[in-house]
Design a protein around this ligand. Sequence first.
Ligand SMILES: *Cc1c(COP(=O)(O)O)cnc(C)c1O
Length: 380
Amino acid sequence: MDYLCAQSTGISMILCSNPLAQYLSQKTEIDEAIRRVLDSGRYVLGPEVQAFEEEFARYLGVSSGIGVGSGTEAIHLALAACGLQAGDEVITVSHTAVATVAAIELAGGRPVFVDIDPVSYGLDSSQLEKAITGKTRVIMPVHLYGQPADLDAIMNIARRYRLRVIEDCAQAHGALYQGRRVGSWGDLACFSFYPTKNLGALGDGGMVVTDAPDLAARARLLRQYGWAERNMSSLPGWNTRLDEMQAALLRVKLRNLDDQNAKRRRLAQFYTGALQGTDLVLPRALEGTTHVYHLYVVRSRQRDKLMNFLRDRGIGGLIHYPVPVHRQPAYQGRIGGAARLDETERAAGEVLSLPMYPELTEPEAQQVVAAVLAFDGEKI
Ligand SMILES: *Cc1c(COP(=O)(O)O)cnc(C)c1O
């Protein structure tokens, strides 16, 4: 939605993300994959989906993938596969895409928020134990902006309290934590293939992955009416399926994912080198992690002025996210838990995402840097 807004202004902007550029860079292969599906007569949950599930699971180092309709549905399905009951508590963060929280409620869970660590933007593991109650069933860290959350500490606490961990990996396809892909740490993990994500479809899509055969089997049943065989529901499921066209083109894009993430990292390195010495707080990749820069997020006390300044110069910065979930009308006063969320509130007022996608050209990156430096020079 973000990028569509930017395009509809009609002026040529350097967009924050650019799925069209991504499609064009692999157009021949993607068109060929789509044509293959069109001619096959199989359009939903067929051989392309199965192949993509296997390839993506292997890429992550887990045994199973279950393709679904979106990232939101992946979270819904993962929670259902864990047997979440109405009123069970799921600990997560408020500084995230609303989808994380919406999906918890869709599954009947009660979201409980923990503050974020201001460097990783992930769940602050030092605040985690305080949030655990007798009703807690699941911890859901979000690897925000492409940076892995503090998995070691989170996994240790989860084991101690016998809680499930479900990773929200919607912004972190390919990111590594201590040499292992995120998505292979928790009991289950959830991915989105929304067009702007690091691995993006040309439509909606998502996947649940897991290394546990029993959880995989339950998720697979629940995805399609609980059917073990056609027209015989063995569990009360619903429908959230991945289609063949998205799976076929995602297979093409998966082959290029590591290259594309490397390009994002090079662009991040360029920004960080060029913006050193300004008033901005720049993103830092934590030791032992490989950040995949879904977004390049800087912080400024003058964030709104900076954003307008950039926009006037044809640069589309965006805010991820301007209002924490617990402050939004749908949730305010109704959910949250007891914790103070000071870092969450502070981040919402200061973060700004600069243009970040693998196809961004060097002159464009220089234009972004020049505009930010001009703003910093004026010290408005
Ligand atoms: C995009 C996103 C989702 C949801 O994915 P959809 O495919 O849009 O439903 C969930 N969590 C996070 C952190 C996201 O960025």
